[in-house]
Write a protein that binds this ligand. Structure first.
Ligand SMILES: [Mg+2]
Length: 193
């Protein structure tokens, strides 16, 4: 897989792929509002699932951002898969964060020993160099796919409408990618772009 000593670059999202943000949000919410019923989150319109409605956004992006983000669990096996595959691929982390989410996200990535040399905090993942993106947010996948590159969806209840490639674990993503590269006739410039 190495080309001229370099590994192909792949872009990996954080929330919904490596970090269980929603699980952490629900945990903190239930503690703050013990009487409230939280519905199962199956879209990005979070106001539909939390009884405080639109106030969920300042709740998660400002008031409790640090706790929700720093204390969120990793999805089982996700970090271990990155650690296994980093020999084959250059892992680039790309995450969109509110202002108050930047520091806690860097803390989380460090705490979990993420095997990456390059970490981007950006909403414009499609502008980054890399041959493939693994993400759970359909807008990001669509924009990335529109650049002619491989966009792979991490299966979550909120992205069922994505029609392109879909995986259920980080490990499965790298297996899919390896197969994809084997079958494709890439030139090096694309691989390393
Ligand atoms: Mg995400």
């Amino acid at each position: 897989m190495r080309i001229h000593g370099q590994r192909p670059r792949v872009i990996i999202d954080v929330d919904g792929v490596l970090r269980d943000f929603i699980g952490s949000l629900v945990r903190v919410y239930r503690r703050e509002y013990p009487g409230h019923q939280v519905a199962a989150v199956d879209s990005r319109k979070l106001e539909d699932f939390f009884p405080i409605g639109e106030k969920i956004y300042p709740f998660m992006d400002e008031m409790f951002a640090r706790e929700i983000l720093e204390e969120a669990p990793a999805y089982p096996g996700a970090i271990e898969a990155l650690q296994r595959w980093e020999k084959e691929f250059e892992i680039i982390i790309a995450t969109t964060q509110p202002l108050a989410g930047r520091g806690p996200t860097l803390v989380w990535l460090g705490r979990h020993d993420i095997p990456s040399n390059i970490i981007h905090i950006t909403a414009d993942k499609y502008r980054l160099a890399g041959l493939a993106l693994l993400d759970d947010f359909v807008d990001n996948l669509e924009k990335f796919a529109a650049t002619g590159r491989l966009a792979v969806c991490m299966d979550r209840p909120w992205n069922k409408h994505w029609k392109g490639p879909r995986v259920h674990t980080v490990d499965e993503f790298f297996g899919y990618l390896t197969e994809y590269l084997r079958e494709s006739d890439f030139d090096e410039k694309v691989l390393l772009a």
